[in-house]
Design a protein around this ligand. Structure first.
Ligand SMILES: CC(=O)N[C@H]1[C@@H](OP(=O)(O)OP(=O)(O)OC[C@H]2O[C@@H](n3ccc(=O)[nH]c3=O)[C@H](O)[C@@H]2O)O[C@H](CO)[C@@H](O)[C@@H]1O[C@H](C)C(=O)N[C@@H](C)C(=O)N[C@H](CCC(=O)O)C(=O)O
Ligand SMILES: Nc1ncnc2c1ncn2[C@@H]1O[C@H](COP(=O)(O)OP(=O)(O)OP(=O)(O)O)[C@@H](O)[C@H]1O
Ligand SMILES: N[C@H](CCC[C@H](N)C(=O)O)C(=O)O
Ligand SMILES: [Mg+2]
Length: 487
């Protein structure tokens, strides 16, 4: 419960009508969720305009309405109206005030970029938990308040859900929170009003152009995150990515860099690698980790840099890093009794497939077969389908094209779109098995000792979404069954 005037302390109203001393017991940007005594914030979205639902919100008992359109000529006397220039800009600030300014009570670190956000945020969460701190995590896979899991639908939730979550983390005594900041979330100001202790940039490749329209818009959405940091914050960027320096061009934060190739504040390289892990050198110290793949060196350097910037000693950081396991569905290896390795990875874009397969190739060196099992999601970018099939065929000895989440499309039609991308040579090493379970079984049957099977696209997902229904399906379980291992 909070006085409306207190709730508005971080924003500048242009006009108000009605009492500002009323008590507000909740903030909502969705009229369908409004309860008696709430403030409803009308936000213009991509599909509709929240201003169209003001009457509905009042009917459900809203006590106050925050708008950016002119206040209607006639309004109920017991409902306060407040007008600001931009409600999308205001919602985060109001929500964070309502939930007790969580980022003044814990240190929040955000991760943005096309690939690696879940990996870095999750490894940071485990690292700081192992170091003895109570932590929160906000990621694509799951949110955590301490060790309590809170399921999520989004990479970055809407500002009300996000601030409620961060508020609960602070109330529960979390000292740190690590979160992914998607480009959608930054662009829609879902992270507005939050005071970040630090921000990390991973990399930038083409993605989400259906939403951002141009690569420049997509890049600028990510950059806006760094532009908004305070001078007390740190900004860690990837010197190996050509957009790394651009991200921090206009930031007030303390800039640090990481690199696997050039001079940087945090520098690392691979000394040895196998499918079980890597021996790395990070800023002159050796550390063995259970993570695999060249891109994970970058991810771990980002993690290392954040830990040092947050005041942990290099030795402590590396000691704990060496004990951590891969993130669910991110380059996770399972070995069969006959010596075949399966890698489960969330790669669901041509670029991610290329990265994972080149990391596998670095280890296998053409000495064994690489068999790739992959599909593509239905009701998503069709342009990536032939490209994914090409990457798989160019970088594997055998390919099994199968289903991912068909959603509302015909699975066979998605498989056909993928096959259409292949020339004769590529087609010769490829078969199609629409049933994903059968495809995994076939790959296991084909493989000889030493071979590597990549099972790409679904990573942590415990389901297969078919015609609006999520059926239980877990790549880990299917691999274990196909390998004859205990469930
Ligand atoms: C395209 C997009 O990002 N949409 C997000 C956006 O919705 P929107 O702007 O389209 O909202 P809208 O439907 O136009 O409605 C406008 C306003 O009217 C309100 N409304 C609407 C109907 C009603 O009856 N009453 C009402 O009050 C809505 O609550 C909203 O405040 O703002 C909403 C609140 O924050 C989000 O839930 C919604 O996410 C949709 C569901 C979504 O699918 N988003 C995806 C694309 C997304 O955000 N993905 C990224 C990461 C992706 C990745 O990296 O893989 C993520 O962070 O998850
Ligand atoms: N630093 C990296 N560079 C390139 N590819 C990476 C990197 N880290 C992870 N990947 C690949 O991208 C996939 C997704 O990784 P992760 O889930 O950590 O990324 P994300 O940024 O959270 O993605 P999303 O936007 O889907 O939430 C991994 O399964 C792996 O194949
Ligand atoms: N955030 C992405 C994840 C895709 C994962 C893949 N398994 C698929 O279903 O395409 C999306 O919803 O487009
Ligand atoms: Mg993610």
């Amino acid at each position: 419960m909070m006085k409306l005037s207190d709730l508005l302390q971080k924003i500048s109203p242009l006009e108000t009508r009605g009492s500002l001393t009323i008590d507000i017991n909740g903030v909502n940007m969705d009229s369908r969720l409004v309860e008696k005594g709430n403030l409803f914030v009308a936000v213009k979205g991509t599909q509709t305009d929240g201003h169209a639902f003001i009457a509905g919100a009042i009917e459900k008992g809203a006590s106050a309405i925050l708008v950016s359109e002119p206040i209607p000529a006639e309004t109920p006397t017991d409902v306060t109206f407040v007008r600001v220039a931009d409600t999308e800009d205001a919602i985060g600030k109001v929500a964070t005030t309502f939930y007790g300014d969580p980022t003044q009570r814990l240190k929040l670190v955000g991760v943005t970029g096309t690939n690696g956000k879940t990996t870095i945020a999750t490894v940071l969460y485990h690292l700081f938990t192992e170091l003895g701190f109570k932590c929160g995590l906000c990621s694509t896979v799951c949110n955590y308040i301490g060790t309590h899991a809170v399921p999520t639908e989004h990479t970055t939730p809407d500002p009300v859900t996000l601030n409620k979550l961060l508020g609960e983390m602070a109330d529960e005594g979390c000292e740190y929170a690590f979160m992914e900041c998607s480009s959608h979330a930054i662009h829609q100001k879902r992270i507005g009003g939050l005071d970040f202790a630090g921000a990390l940039f991973t990399n930038l490749t083409r993605d989400h152009l259906d939403y951002h329209k141009t690569f420049e818009n997509y890049r600028d959405a990510k950059k806006a995150f760094f532009d908004g940091l305070s001078k007390q914050a740190f900004a860690i960027t990837n010197a190996d990515d050509k957009n790394g320096p651009i991200m921090v061009q206009n930031t007030k934060a303390r800039i640090k860099t990481y690199s696997t190739r050039a001079a940087a504040d945090y520098k690392g390289k691979i000394l040895e690698e196998s499918l079980e892990g890597m021996l790395l050198e990070i800023n002159g110290r050796e550390v063995s980790v259970r993570f695999v793949g060249r891109f994970n060196v970058s991810n771990l350097l980002a993690v290392y840099g954040a830990a040092i910037e947050l005041g942990v000693s290099p030795d402590e950081t590396l000691r704990v890093l060496s004990s951590l396991h891969p993130v669910n569905g991110r380059f996770e290896a399972i070995r069969s009794p006959k010596g075949v390795s399966a890698i489960i990875d969330y790669a669901h874009t041509p670029d991610a497939l290329a990265n994972v397969l080149s990391s596998i190739d670095e280890i296998v060196h053409g000495k064994a077969q690489v068999i790739t099992v992959c599909g593509a999601g239905g009701n998503r970018d069709k342009g990536k389908r032939p490209l994914m099939a090409q990457e798989a065929a160019n970088r594997s000895d055998r390919v099994i094209i199968t289903s991912d989440n068909p959603r509302f499309e015909e699975p066979q039609a998605i498989v056909d779109d993928m096959l259409a991308g292949l020339d004769e040579t590529q087609r010769a090493k490829t078969i199609a098995i629409v049933d994903r379970r059968e495809a995994i079984r076939a790959a296991a049957a084909m493989a000889q000792a030493g071979d590597v099977i990549l099972i790409a696209g679904k990573g942590h997902e415990p389901y297969q979404e078919i015609k609006g229904v999520k059926h239980h399906f877990d790549d880990h379980e299917e691999v274990r069954k196909a390998f004859g291992l205990e469930a």
